[in-house]
Design a protein around this ligand. Structure first.
Ligand code: NAD
Length: 358
């Protein structure tokens, strides 16, 4: 029996998490689900976006099902920077060392027309982006924003240590073994020293996975290839900032940001049973929040990833994924996936359509 911490958060977070949780309860009825406050709502009630009860609840859980955080009422200077809703997510990533961000992007049969690319380019697309999440330019010191000799300047630092590259590369190669056995490692080794270390290290790690093909791509070329011929990719392995950008680009190939789930894995546990945080890649979508309009697919598929990667239950994951596929094949669509004037389902009705096909 496992314990899942459920952090619905703000905006559409509670709406889509409720649907995902309902489905998770159906495929994993023996598990314990405990809900905790997080984000802007938690700040309003407790004065912090990540209250102590949430921290300790997450610490005692096997996995976290996360919705989304943030909204205009907490933007700008309305809330001190370190108490903004998004600080909760950064805390969880750093505190639990969730270094591996995994975003699978699929185009489900029937949704080819929803993509902005031509159907023949995206049809059957199935790739996964493995992004390093706790290193690189976003975290390395020094960071400066100041003035020298009367001239404003800013400075960021990119820093990677070899063990950080080894551990994320292993995640990508392990994942490729379960898929089409192809890893594209993305870097900028013609100009960045960190990329030179990245490439050298990935080549060394690849020696342990002779059954997996490794290819190197420069990041500028990778971003071009993703819209030219995305089906050439199986597993894309990359560092934090490149992964941030390429994974959003990849997500859009699926037709809607509301389709794409994610996992952020840490060191705790072993392969197939790692502690992780699972969430839709989108934000809290304040423009549609509270209207039962959000697409819950990403949340449902995040729950499926949770079963596979943290609970070691691939059968439950496949059950959920097949039900989503069947619901879409039967014509179930939320508003983000239809043309104007076409009929669509509410968040809850889409969830029922999936649950009925489990
Ligand atoms: P967003 O992802 O919330 O929304 C962008 C657009 O996509 C909106 O038009 C929205 O309606 C649509 N959209 C998003 N998810 C959808 C879904 N499931 N179904 C249908 N449509 C969907 O990005 P934003 O508007 O830039 O950010 C809104 C808030 O979310 C901000 O406060 C931001 O800081 C926060 N945010 C949180 C996370 C997170 O919790 N991980 C991530 C990104 C942004």
């Amino acid at each position: 029996m496992s314990t899942i911490a459920v952090l619905p958060g703000d905006g559409i977070g509670p709406e889509v998490t409720r649907v995902a949780l309902e489905i998770l309860r159906r495929v994993r009825p023996g598990d314990t689900y405990v809900e905790y406050p997080v984000g802007g709502g938690a700040y309003d009630r407790f004065g912090t976006p990540i209250p102590d009860q949430t921290k300790s609840g997450v610490g005692q859980s096997d996995a976290v099902l996360f919705g989304s955080v943030g909204g205009p009422q907490w933007d700008g200077d309305k809330v001190p920077r370190d108490l903004r809703p998004e600080a909760s997510l950064l805390f969880l990533r750093l505190h639990f060392e969730l270094f591996a961000n995994i975003r699978p992007v699929r185009v489900y049969p029937g949704l080819e027309e929803a993509s902005t690319l031509k159907p023949e380019v995206v049809s059957g697309l199935d790739l996964v982006v493995v992004r390093e999440l706790t290193g690189g330019a976003y975290f390395a010191q020094p960071k400066e924003f100041g003035e020298r000799d009367g001239v404003p300047y800013a400075l960021d630092t990119i820093l990677y240590h070899k063990p950080e590259i080894v551990r994320i590369a292993r995640v990508a190669f392990e994942m490729a073994r379960e898929r089409r056995k192809l890893v594209h490692s993305v870097d900028k080794q013609n100009t960045l020293e960190t990329s030179r270390l990245w490439r050298k290290t990935v080549v060394e790690v690849a020696a342990d996975y002779p059954d997996v093909t490794l290819q190197h791509v420069l990041v500028d070329n990778a971003s071009m290839q993703l819209v030219r011929n995305p089906r050439q990719f199986d597993v894309i392995l990359t560092e934090n900032m490149f992964g941030d950008i390429l994974s959003d680009e990849s997500a859009m190939l699926s037709g809607s940001i509301g389709n794409v789930p994610s996992a952020s894995l840490g060191r705790r546990g072993e392969p197939g049973r790692r502690f992780g945080l699972y969430e839709p890649i989108s934000g809290s979508a304040p423009d549609i929040a509270g209207q039962n309009l959000a697409n819950p697919t990403a949340a449902i598929l995040s729950a499926a990833m949770l079963c596979r990667l943290s609970l070691g239950d691939s059968a439950a994951a496949e059950r959920v994924e097949r039900a989503v596929e069947a619901a879409i094949a039967s014509g179930a669509r939320t508003r983000d996936l239809v043309r104007q004037s076409e009929a669509y389902l509410s968040t809850t009705a889409f969830g029922e359509a999936v649950a009925a096909r489990l």
